[in-house]
Design a protein. Structure first.
Ligand SMILES: *Cc1c(COP(=O)(O)O)cnc(C)c1O
Length: 234
């Protein structure tokens, strides 16, 4: 079998991303770890398998149908992350397959998640999506709505809030990006201090191809990178 040239690029791209993650941690003197979630949306299965062979452990998809397809094709040899807006009627399709839902963005979804997890006698781990810059095009809570929302969710026993997620505005404005990420970090710290039962702030999921290094410098410990590994989506 010949060497697929695509795989060579993937290897180099992945290595570069991993190296930049380490450099960003070093730059701010962090000794903890960052988890890399490879966002595989629209990628052919060969590419997904290649990066798994290269050691990737976490796969992110933003659509239920694609996520379910990945699970069927690849199986539970990696962890799956649902990172996109989730319709309530699709909860049942992914509840058994994901390690983490990054996009809890409304109360009605809590009810469905809790109901479906309870039926399966399990607990689902979720992150609350925050729309820090209050962009019309994005889902997620306003910063000021997050704590009131958590106080409503505390009683749902089949859901565990494990942290926060955001998508920063797509911009080169580094100051704006830092401001968004700092706001997230401070919110996470504030929530941690409140010691809510069953709620931890273990994960801060922020940083995509455009901004993951800055996000790490500002405290992210989960980055979701697609283009940086696979190139422009086609
Ligand atoms: C597509 C997507 C990403 C990855 O974006 P890239 O810019 O390709 O790295 C991360 N998070 C979410 C929620 C996405 O939909």
């Amino acid at each position: 079998m010949g060497v697929n040239p695509i795989n060579i690029n993937l290897k180099e791209n992945l290595f570069n991303v991993e190296e930049k993650i380490e450099k960003s941690l070093l730059k701010v003197g962090r000794k903890d770890k960052v988890e890399l979630i490879a966002v595989t949306k629209t990628q052919p299965i060969e590419n997904v398998k290649s990066i798994i062979d290269l050691g990737v452990k976490n796969i992110g998809e933003n659509r239920v149908q694609e996520l379910v397809q990945r699970v069927e094709e690849i199986g539970q040899v990696v962890d799956y992350h649902m990172i996109g807006h989730l319709q309530s009627n699709k909860v049942k399709d992914i509840i058994d397959n994901i390690r983490l839902l990054h996009s809890l963005d409304r109360m009605s979804l809590v009810k469905e998640l809790n109901k479906r997890s309870k039926m399966r006698n399990k607990v689902i781990d979720v992150l609350i999506q925050v729309n820090v810059a209050e962009e019309m095009s994005k889902f997620g809570f306003k910063v000021s709505d997050v704590i009131p929302f958590i106080e409503q969710v505390v009683g749902y026993e089949h859901i565990r809030i494990k942290g926060l997620m955001t998508m920063a505005p797509f911009t080169d404005d580094e100051l704006l990006l830092r401001k968004v990420f700092k706001t997230m970090y401070n919110l996470k710290e504030d929530i941690s201090k409140r010691n809510y039962q069953h709620i931890s702030m273990e994960f801060l999921s922020m940083g995509m191809t455009n901004d993951y290094e800055i996000a790490i410098e500002e405290g992210s410990n989960m980055v979701r990178v697609g283009t940086g590994i696979f190139g422009e989506r086609y």
